[in-house]
Design a protein around this ligand. Structure first.
Ligand code: SAM
Length: 209
């Protein structure tokens, strides 16, 4: 089953343990501590929208995108209940142009880490860079391979997986070990990675012919 079909099925059956009904504290801490200024923001794989909505409440102009129609429908309902303006779109990040680009800040929680190979992760990083303005920032929350786990959980990536994928396009400003915000007793470990698009990236962003 494709990643796309797997996620769609999980939203359909309600098997969405990442959907915690609140913004992830790692996003809040990073935006506050790094003084990330309000700008046009993109939340890739936004799910039911809690992180997008928090950013909108902080006066970012937010576009949230996901491949799941169910997730986007819920995100729109939540935004309407919270009385904030967010644009939510059903978009496959790998296939579609993102309306509203370029953005100043891109966030993803648990979307980049679904890419299983170096090749896919590099493609994801390149796509992020091409949707960002000059010096734009990307913050990603990524399941950590340093967790010894019994049972299911988010995909696990090493620090080296991340660096290998992003380095041609991004300068890494922060790569730190944390855990996902969670409603469970033992939240899964994650990497918090904050990156800045390189100034000299234009050559690397040319489409592969
Ligand atoms: C682990 S969930 C996290 C959802 C949300 N970020 C959150 O924190 O609640 C990963 C999300 O990425 C979405 N996703 C996976 N591949 C995608 C793609 N190619 N384009 C857009 N969204 C994608 C899934 O549908 C899912 O909602």
């Amino acid at each position: 089953m494709s990643v796309e079909d797997r996620f769609k099925k999980r939203y359909k059956t309600g098997d969405t343990p990442w959907d915690i009904g609140k913004p992830d504290f790692n996003l809040i801490e990073t935006v506050v501590q790094k003084s990330i200024k309000r700008c046009k923001a993109l939340d890739i794989g936004c799910g039911t929208g809690d992180n997008s909505i928090w950013l909108a409440q902080k006066h970012f102009q937010v576009t949230g995108t996901d491949i799941s129609e169910i997730a986007i429908e819920k995100a729109r309902e939540k935004a309407s209940k919270s009385d904030v303006k967010c644009t939510f779109l059903v978009v496959d990040f790998f296939r579609n142009q993102i309306e509203g680009a370029p953005f100043g800040f891109v966030f993803d929680r648990g979307c980049f880490h679904t890419c299983a190979s170096d090749k896919e992760r590099k493609r994801f990083a390149k796509n992020v860079a091409s949707n960002l303005e000059k010096n734009g920032l990307w913050m990603s929350l990524i399941g950590s391979a340093d967790e010894r786990r019994q049972g299911p959980g988010p995909p696990q990536r090493t620090a080296s997986d991340i660096v290998t994928a992003v380095e041609s396009y991004f300068e890494i400003l922060l790569l730190t070990s944390s855990h996902f915000d969670s409603n469970r007793q033992n939240p899964p470990r994650c990497w918090v990675c904050l990156m800045q698009k390189r100034e000299d990236v234009s050559e690397a962003l040319r489409p592969n012919l």
